[in-house]
Design a protein around this ligand. Structure first.
Ligand SMILES: Nc1ncnc2c1ncn2[C@@H]1O[C@H](COP(=O)(O)OP(=O)(O)OP(=O)(O)O)[C@@H](O)[C@H]1O
Ligand SMILES: [Mg+2]
Length: 251
């Protein structure tokens, strides 16, 4: 079995006729943690949405392979079934469906198996306790009226309950207080093992403290302009993006 989970080759994609991703190539192996850094508006969320198959975006060239298979034309739910998961930068509010029902329905949809209510509830409650989410939140409508930080914690709850092969985390740590960053970072570390992988977008490095970062990709104006190991995170924290080779390559 190949160790590669996700492989992008010369991926070009855009929205409403505007090209945003201008030739992205990267490969994420099982057991790895990759980080995408880049200034606001560089295309990071677009990349995550394109990998997940958001219908708003059009792939105009290049390939997206997951476990060796071309998924560029697969619908979002098919990608979820294959083991992809996206934690949104701005999680949606879904009135009318409780957190527990939403997660159980999602679990059934991705596994294709019936998920029994009582064992699921027990597992959910245990996970909520670890993430310090009060039990009554299971009965609230998905994200409705949740604070920004509560929504992000709820994303990690979904990650842990759905247990995907590849977690795409889009600024799951933004807007969190110091304790919540710690909880979210512990949650990601708890999820991660040698058989799965994480692709993490962050502007804050505290979420990475509990993880071993294998590879860092710097995205500027829709292109990866620099790649390296974990040391690149510290370098960018200290010096910003302007000194990065190719940072001016832009448009
Ligand atoms: N529907 C759209 N129409 C036109 N431009 C769009 C559309 N959606 C996104 N863009 C543009 O694409 C670019 C990349 O946006 P994206 O959200 O991927 O950036 P980002 O790197 O995630 O930024 P941030 O760090 O602020 O989250 C931005 O310039 C954005 O304005
Ligand atoms: Mg973004």
């Amino acid at each position: 079995m190949s160790n590669t989970l996700l492989e992008l080759k010369d991926l070009h994609a855009g929205v409403e006729g505007k090209e945003i991703l201008k030739g992205i190539s990267l490969s994420v192996g099982r057991g790895e943690v990759h980080v995408i850094l880049g200034p606001n508006g560089s295309g990071k969320s677009t990349l995550m949405n394109v990998i997940m198959g958001h219908p708003k975006y059009t792939v105009t060239a290049g390939t997206i392979r997951f476990e060796g298979e071309d998924i560029a034309k697969a619908k979002t739910f098919e990608r979820a079934r294959r083991g992809l998961f996206l934690s949104f930068q701005t999680p949606e509010e879904i009135p009318g469906i409780t957190v527990e029902n939403m997660l159980r329905t999602a679990k059934q949809a991705v596994t294709g198996e019936r998920v029994k209510i009582l064992p699921f509830r027990k597992q959910l409650r245990a996970m909520m306790e670890e993430l310090r989410i009060k039990p009554e939140y299971a009965e609230r409508y998905m994200n409705v009226g949740f604070s920004g930080g509560e929504k992000k914690r709820n994303e990690i709850l979904q990650l842990l309950m759905l247990d995907p092969k590849l977690a795409l985390l889009d600024e799951t740590d933004s807007g969190l207080d110091v304790d919540a960053v710690q909880i979210v970072s512990e949650g990601v570390a708890k999820y991660h093992h040698a058989g799965n992988a994480c692709l993490i977008i962050t502007h804050n490095t505290r979420i990475l403290e509990k993880l071993t970062v294998d590879r860092v990709h710097v995205l500027i104006s829709g292109r990866i302009v620099e790649e390296g190991g974990a040391e690149l995170v510290a370098d960018i924290n200290a010096n910003g993006y302007t000194h990065i080779a190719g940072a001016q390559a832009g448009e």
